[in-house]
Write a protein that binds this ligand. Sequence first.
Ligand code: ADP
Ligand code: MG
Length: 267
Amino acid sequence: MTEVEKPILNLRNLSKTFGDFTALANIGLTVQPGEFVTVVGPSGCGKSTLFNILAGLEEADGGSTIRFEDRSVMSKDLLGKVSFMPQRDLLLLWRNVIDNAILPLEMEGANRADARKEAERMLPEFGLAGFADKFPHELSGGMRQRVALMRTFMFKRDLMLLDEPFGALDALTRTMMQRWLLDVWQKHKRTVLFITHDVDEAIFLGDRVLVMSSRPGSIKIERKVDLPRPRGAELLTSPEFVALKRDLLTAIEEESMKTFGPANGQK
Ligand code: ADP
Ligand code: MG
């Protein structure tokens, strides 16, 4: 066996309070380089808050430990060190596809002409060939998400944080985008932390699924996804997939019983 690589990210006792509201409590998480880790949890459990901290936009509470690339850091040190796709696509309506895609590069002072050339080259891979000059209102929802993803990939950081990138898409587009994302991920060899509220999506994409529960947000369940890659539609009906999904849903239900009690109200 080869020696275990150093984690790219390691969180211990990460907490976040807003006034007297505890959004996150004692999050522990380790991510290895190249891993695709999915985080699933109900709305309001603190998923976006966790990502905002990891993107350097929000400071964690005192006592939280964040190690990134084997160094102990504060949240603010991570600003610009990770690629972050926020929950809303945040395309600028007055910029075309190319100029939206190069925005983070432009902000860090890259040469605009070079960045545009690189974006042009990447368009086909992101299903945007011929759309360089289009503006966001001329694109479908799936295309806008691909522009936002291309922008995230172009900001070449080893760790990518994707916050419910397919949450607003219809089921068919979503399935196509999932398969496409896996292709792009394997080609670019990046580490991905991916938020979703969909258990199928979490299993289909991930090497590992983490389940968060709310009040306060914490990671309750973890499952390794031992399913072969590349993954295609047939996987969704395979006995292995179905068994893992059942196992996860049972664990989620047991966990929520601890919080809310049995559904019929009896002890
Ligand atoms: P999720 O992404 O899992 O839906 P969020 O991280 O957006 O959840 O929010 C988690 C909780 O923290 C919610 O109850 C939300 O209202 C609260 N919250 C998030 N950001 C702030 C903030 N800046 N100030 C106060 N409360 C916040
Ligand atoms: Mg969110």
